[in-house]
Design a protein around this ligand. Structure first.
Ligand code: AMP
Length: 302
């Protein structure tokens, strides 16, 4: 049972109160794949330039991550740089250089065409839909992430794509922007009319909220003494969530709740160090230990 992800594979420059890195492997699909591959084999669909070397490739090696859908084009890879505020709650994007990403037309290798579990990372909504169209047969679970840029600039295209989506994972501002509703529960009713059956609102240090027509579930962010770099936490959450759910095989309530916990657990490793440094080293044992501590953290009797 494999999970396909389409999205950015990038180089990032990051500045937080804990330090600075000039160039590190990033991109939503990178974080997603590293997290999800702890549960199921992952198939990446993305594009990189000729600056993407064996050093970056090595980060994905030795894991269940298929790079045959990672296209190499002449030019530079997507580059993003950002700076965090002193309390890390605000992020300023300093640079977004699309480079080879500007002409990205996702093309699925033949070996990917039967994939049943799909995550459409944050790219232009028509391109997200083109991935679904290339698949043979209807996928079992489709997740989608998007951002303010597409909600504003490609709203009609996004709405068309959302008709084919089961799970929407976005942050609170994006939820409000998409639905025009400030209250997240009311916003979810609006989202259900657009297509998705489940809304997951990523709330940074406040954790994540899942709204399903029959129940609502909330997880905190795992409490840590030091957060060094929040970059990629949302993509890691999505990878842990979708990875667990794909492995579990169906979207029943218990599986959805546990998937939320694994998403939060994986994200808590990402933020401990810069870029993918910590996530790329985390072991299944560490993940399971933290999941058990998470269960204790949130347990109570009535
Ligand atoms: P997050 O912190 O979860 O929002 O994800 C940050 C990652 O998203 C970084 O590694 C960036 O390379 C990548 N990223 C930033 N802006 C974009 C964009 N416009 N499209 C796709 N990926 C992006």
């Amino acid at each position: 049972m494999s999970l396909l992800v389409v999205g950015s594979v990038a180089f990032d420059a990051i500045e937080t109160p804990f330090g600075k890195v000039e160039r590190t492997l990033g991109g939503a699909a990178s974080y997603f794949a590293l997290a999800a591959s702890h549960f199921v084999p992952v198939r990446i669909v993305a594009i990189v330039g000729d600056d993407f070397s064996d050093k970056e490739r090595a980060v994905f090696k030795g894991r269940k991550i298929d790079l045959s859908g990672l296209e190499h084009a002449a030019g530079k890879s997507f580059f993003w740089s950002g700076r965090y505020s002193q309390n890390m709650n605000e992020r300023t994007t300093l640079t977004t250089e699309l480079n080879v990403f500007a002409n990205f037309k996702p093309t699925l290798p033949d070996t990917y065409l039967g994939t049943k579990h799909v995550f459409l990372g944050n790219i232009q909504p028509d391109l997200q839909r083109s991935v679904l169209h290339q698949l043979k047969g209807k996928p079992r679970i489709v997740g989608l992430d998007t951002m303010n840029y597409w909600i504003e600039g490609s709203n009609a295209q996004l709405r068309e794509t959302l008709k084919h989506v089961d799970i929407l994972t976005i942050n609170d501002d994006e939820t409000r922007q998409l639905t025009g509703e400030h209250n997240l529960l009311r916003a979810s009713r609006h989202v259900f009319k657009l297509g998705p059956k489940i809304l997951i609102v990523k709330r940074g240090e406040h954790g994540a909220l899942m709204v399903h027509p029959k129940f609502t579930f909330s997880v905190p962010a795992f409490p840590l003494e030091e957060v060094h770099d929040p970059t990629g936490a949302g993509d890691t959450f999505a990878g842990g969530f979708m990875g667990y759910l794909t492995k579990a095989g169906n979207m029943n309530e218990q599986n959805l709740r546990r998937a939320m916990v694994y998403g939060s657990v994986l994200a808590s490793f990402t933020v401990e160090k810069f870029g993918v440094k910590r996530l790329a080293k985390v072991t299944s044992r560490e993940i399971n230990d933290r999941a058990r501590r998470f269960a204790k953290l949130t347990a109570f009797k009535l």
